[in-house]
Design a protein around this ligand. Structure first.
Ligand SMILES: [Zn+2]
Ligand SMILES: [Zn+2]
Ligand SMILES: [Zn+2]
Length: 139
């Protein structure tokens, strides 16, 4: 009976060995077929991983936007292209280590707290920033 942990370590070791072999052969570390054009992968795999990353940002982002009502919390703007997540407490510094999809996934994990984040359009977001923390719409 093998513990999942042992299995994982074994798989990791195997994957590492495989990557080493591919490196020697100068083949892509992901598909193992095409010659590598960057440090780890071939052009096709690089494009593919960039796209899958973009897709996963899109999914997490959509879930976060949904949780916050898909509209600007101040003026009610519903065009998603204008919307951004605003840090209610201006605690951006807490998030500086996570970016992109990891950041959105973290907000999801936190349960999308309404007292920490809100959706604002760029207008209200900027307005708030330039007006001492309150959107000029409000006062
Ligand atoms: Zn490849
Ligand atoms: Zn707005
Ligand atoms: Zn506003």
């Amino acid at each position: 009976m093998q513990r999942p942990e042992d299995q994982r370590i074994k798989n990791n070791a195997r994957a590492r060995r495989r990557r080493e072999e591919l490196k020697v052969l100068n083949l892509c570390g992901s598909c193992g077929k095409a010659p590598r054009t960057s440090k780890y992968s071939c052009d096709a795999c690089r494009v593919r991983s960039r796209e899958s990353q973009k897709r996963s940002i899109g999914r997490a982002k959509a879930q976060v936007f949904e949780a916050y009502g898909n509209k600007c919390n101040c003026c009610g703007e519903v065009n998603l292209k204008f919307l951004t997540v605003d840090h209610v407490l201006n605690d951006c510094y807490l998030d500086r280590y996570t970016r992109g999809s990891a950041w959105y996934r973290r907000v999801l994990k936190l349960g999308c707290p309404k007292d920490r984040y809100q959706l604002l359009c760029f207008n209200c977001n900027c307005g708030r920033y330039h007006n001492g923390g309150v959107c000029p719409h409000v006062g």
